[in-house]
Design a protein around this ligand. Structure first.
Ligand SMILES: NC(=O)C1=CN([C@@H]2O[C@H](COP(=O)(O)OP(=O)(O)OC[C@H]3O[C@@H](n4cnc5c(N)ncnc54)[C@H](OP(=O)(O)O)[C@@H]3O)[C@@H](O)[C@H]2O)C=CC1
Ligand SMILES: CC(=O)N[C@@H](CCC(=O)OP(=O)(O)O)C(=O)O
Length: 347
């Protein structure tokens, strides 16, 4: 059995990790940590665990935890993991960081967009960007995984085939993204109070959201050129889910079938990517509670633009599910072990 630990187990991403790891046939949860709920039974924090686990939360140093586990998931706000992880810790355990500290290859880009200094810049090159469908080979050998962000997972997977195959003007990309409120985490925050976000939709961090350089970095690698995008996130009054609608100019006339072949060329063997039939578009409810990323597109013949839609569950493919998928790859397990959930819609 693979011994796992979760730091930040009381957050929304940490809770989803707990749910997935408890049910994973090859794992046991050895350590769950929290500062706020130290010595509290997990089922007192999250009542859905009553009768399922009586594990207690502990507040011990990462160094201590790393001696007890084969893989450590870190689900903390950005800026903390980089001060906790060291080369010594990586010798004892694999680390999968759900935060943003190791996602950007360029230290100055990280410090500029996140407004904090990085605690372990020497480890940035060691980290592998854990977008499983794109980096499987590197992930297999990695000690430190930078699990991608939620908007970024959905945007990169939806757009990668177009940039990789040079069929769009790579600097014409606009991503309009919507997220459910769990994307903002569990911590108290005025903007996510029921009365502040219910019954309303708002754009935020316009032209300044920190997922912008992450999407640009990975699309630039896939497209082998410097790509700059426009990215606008929106907060939607629903619990979970991300839907992106992306626009780009095509370099010449294509049919739906031409471009479908390009997507199939990239994703035909990918079990978690569902290319929907022509005329059927992704909806967050069809991926809810699952590790799927649904994708489809339409060509607007009047403007010769392609409009691509992608949907994921922000807490699963956008966080905990992808983290478990990364663990499965590292430990040589079937990639879908513990991740075969059927989306939980309709009710
Ligand atoms: N929510 C989402 O959809 C996604 C989240 N992520 C990333 O995953 C990470 C966790 O996100 P999420 O679960 O939403 O966040 P939450 O705010 O829900 O949880 C974060 C947890 O971290 C702990 N924590 C908070 N501040 C500190 C601190 N200063 N020092 C130590 N521990 C602290 C808290 O636990 P306690 O107080 O009990 O110690 C808290 O439960 C973030 O980096 C986020 O960006 C990535 C993709 C999607
Ligand atoms: C709705 C909402 O507030 N979403 C978060 C994205 C959360 C996320 O998971 O991003 P990181 O992992 O990069 O922190 C935001 O826009 O900041």
């Amino acid at each position: 059995m693979i011994k796992t630990g979760i730091i930040g187990a009381t957050g929304y991403a940490g809770q989803e990790l707990m749910r997935l790891l408890i049910q994973h046939p090859d794992c046991e949860v050895e350590v769950i940590s929290s500062r706020t709920y130290k010595d509290t039974n997990y089922n007192q924090v999250y009542g859905n665990y009553m009768g399922i686990t009586s594990d207690k939360l502990v507040d011990i140093e990462i160094d201590e935890i790393s001696k007890k586990v084969d893989v450590l998931f870190i689900a903390l706000p950005h800026g903390i993991a980089s001060n906790k992880i060291s080369a010594e810790i990586l010798q004892k355990t694999k680390v999968i960081d759900l935060g943003a500290d190791y996602r950007l290859n360029d230290l100055s880009v990280y410090e500029k967009w996140y407004g904090v200094s990085h605690g372990s810049p020497q480890l940035i090159n060691e980290a592998v960007y854990g977008l499983c469908e794109l980096k499987r080979k590197e992930i297999k050998k990695a000690d430190l995984i930078a699990n991608p962000g939620c908007y970024t997972t959905c945007s990169i997977l939806s757009l990668m085939p177009l940039v990789k195959n040079n069929i769009i003007d790579k600097n014409s990309i606009i991503v309009d993204a919507k997220s459910g409120v769990t994307g903002a985490g569990r911590a108290l925050n005025l903007g996510t109070h029921f009365t502040e976000c219910n019954d309303s939709i708002k754009a935020y961090k316009i032209a300044s959201h920190r997922h912008t350089p992450e999407i640009e970095q990975e699309l630039s690698i896939a497209g082998d050129s410097n790509i700059t995008i426009s990215f606008t996130p929106h907060l939607i009054p629903m619990n979970r889910g991300i839907l992106i609608t992306a626009y780009a100019s095509l370099d010449k006339k294509y049919t739906y079938k031409d471009i479908k072949e390009v997507y199939e060329g990239c994703y035909k063997d990918e079990q978690f990517i569902r290319l929907l039939p022509e005329g059927v578009f992704p909806e967050t409810k069809w991926v809810k509670g699952s590790n799927y990323c649904d994708i489809n597109f339409q060509i607007d013949e009047r403007t010769n633009r392609i409009i691509v839609l992608g949907a994921i569950d922000n807490l699963i493919k956008g966080a905990a599910g992808q983290a478990v998928q990364n663990m499965n790859i590292i430990f040589g397990l079937e990639e879908n072990k513990g991740l075969e959930m059927i989306p939980s819609f309709p009710i």
